[in-house]
Design a protein around this ligand. Structure first.
Ligand code: SF4
Length: 110
């Protein structure tokens, strides 16, 4: 019976564990995002900042500096990844906003 653990076995175990760590991180991030709820346009803070789910619906008289190219997906506060339909927002903690949305806190993503 061989009780010693070979160097090869330790190395294999380390490689498998190292490969699993990023996967666990992704799962944790998705679980965290799953706890977010879609931001309602009637949320008091959303109303105060003129939030809309579609940037094409912005009242340009009320927000004359708004441009059609401005949307959550191009905002510095947006936490979603490119191509995602929704993502978190630094301004509205606990909620997701649509890539197509907009509010008056919009700032160009660097
Ligand atoms: S701060 Fe940016 S990402 Fe957040 S709702 Fe406003 S425009 Fe969208």
């Amino acid at each position: 019976m061989q009780d010693k653990i070979s160097r090869r076995t330790l190395l294999k175990g380390g490689l498998i564990a190292g490969a699993c760590i990023p996967a666990f991180g992704l799962i944790a991030n998705e679980a965290k995002a799953a706890g977010l709820t879609p931001l309602s346009p009637t949320d008091p803070t959303a109303v105060a900042l003129g939030f809309v789910t579609n940037t094409a619906k912005v009242d340009d008289k009320k927000y004359p500096t708004h441009k059609p190219s401005q949307r959550c997906g191009t905002c510095a506060q947006y936490l979603g990844k490119p191509g995602q339909a929704r993502g978190g927002c630094n301004i509205f903690a606990g909620h997701t906003v649509p890539d197509t949305g907009w509010c008056s806190a919009w700032a160009q993503k660097p």
